[in-house]
Design a protein around this ligand. Structure first.
Ligand code: SF4
Ligand code: ZN
Length: 343
């Protein structure tokens, strides 16, 4: 006997929700999923009527579902938002060039304006060229720092009020774990925030409407809605440590589906002891971007690349920032240390 949908009790159930274990038909699942995102948006007051919102779009499942759901909810509940797509081209042949084609199709399908900013035009370096110089161990450090700033710069060019990104519950839980494992207290404190003001995260405020959406449900939603998305992994994706955290979380989820929400909940309720030193926000002496050091991370990484000293931005070399800023030469010993790259 076919199982009936536990919500409408009319149609046949086609799936069991990973989050609640309810058997639902397609329409009731769509409705439940969209309503939960709507609740997230409303209860955290993520947007104000009349705002322009840039949706960080990579062509992957999360941002494609985000763009789709944002458009649906904006119309259904009259949010009054002006939505547009904002993409970053890291310059990764065989990966980003293909996924950007997906974003361009999404632009047509959703009839939203699209802006693409590239590492090459912003920094003079593509990720392909960066990997050639730094190898496959620290490439994601460069990519992550550059992406954060690139999104901000794109958002400022478009004069958007807010950026929303496709981070889902699994991503947030994974980041909580990563920050615990690394002992990164400053990040641990802010990584569960659903929206960030300019504090520490960039210039344009960001939010995560899919913060409580399980990755498995995003995949189901995209699949049943037949959304057009790109599912290949980045060819430079070695980030082994994060991979372990991800596998660990997936193992936990298999035994106890609520593990994801539980980790997020724990992260949200951690409080940082009084007296723990937090970075003080200032601005970068070179590019003017927010930074807690004399130079922002992006400028340090770029300086390292341009000087052929890729290790400059990796690890703690704050001492050298002043020297770089005032264009003083480095000692031979300093140069030697910064040249070493482990592939
Ligand atoms: Fe960039 Fe690393 Fe992500 Fe690839 S896996 S897009 S290199 S951060
Ligand atoms: Zn800078």
């Amino acid at each position: 006997m076919p199982v009936l949908c536990s919500s409408c009790a009319e149609k046949r159930a086609v799936l069991k929700r990973p989050k609640t274990a309810h058997s639902l038909c397609k329409e009731c699942f769509f409705w439940a999923f969209e309503e939960e995102v709507h609740q997230t948006i409303v209860s955290a007051q993520l947007f104000k009527h009349g705002e322009t919102v840039g949706i960080g779009a990579s062509g992957g499942k999360d941002s494609t579902v985000l763009a789709h759901v944002m458009k649906v909810l904006n119309e259904r509940y009259n949010y009054g938002l002006k939505l547009l797509l904002l993409s970053v081209d890291e310059g990764i042949t065989g990966y980003r060039d293909d996924s950007l084609e997906t974003v361009k199709r999404n632009q047509q399908q959703y009839e939203l304006p699209l802006k693409i900013v590239s590492y090459e035009e912003l920094y003079g370096w593509t990720m392909d060229a960066i990997v050639k110089q730094v190898g496959l161990k620290n490439n994601c450090t460069f990519c992550g720092v550059f992406r954060r700033q690139a999104l901000d710069r794109g958002a400022m060019m478009l004069k958007v009020d807010k950026i929303c990104t496709g981070h889902n519950a699994d991503d947030v839980a994974e980041t909580v774990l990563m920050n615990v494992l690394r002992g990164d207290i400053a990040r641990l404190r802010r990584c569960t925030a659903i929206s960030t003001s300019s504090e520490g995260e960039g210039v344009v405020p960001r939010c995560k409407p899919l913060k409580y959406a399980y990755e498995k449900e995003i995949v189901l939603y995209a699949y049943f809605k037949k959304l057009d998305y790109f599912s290949t992994e980045c060819i430079y994706s070695p980030n082994a440590y994060r991979g372990h955290a991800r596998t660990f979380l997936k193992d936990l989820e298999a035994v106890r589906p609520s593990a994801i929400m539980d980790v997020i909940h724990s992260g949200e309720n951690l409080s940082v002891r009084e007296g723990v030193k937090m970075p003080v926000q200032g601005t970068c002496g070179r590019c003017g971007y927010i930074s807690s050091q004399a130079l922002c991370k992006s400028c340090v990484l770029l300086e390292g690349l341009n000087r052929g000293l890729p290790r400059l931005g990796i690890g703690k070399h704050h001492r050298l920032h002043e020297k770089i800023l005032s264009q003083q030469p480095l000692t031979q010993e300093e140069e030697r240390k910064l040249k070493a790259v482990d592939f």
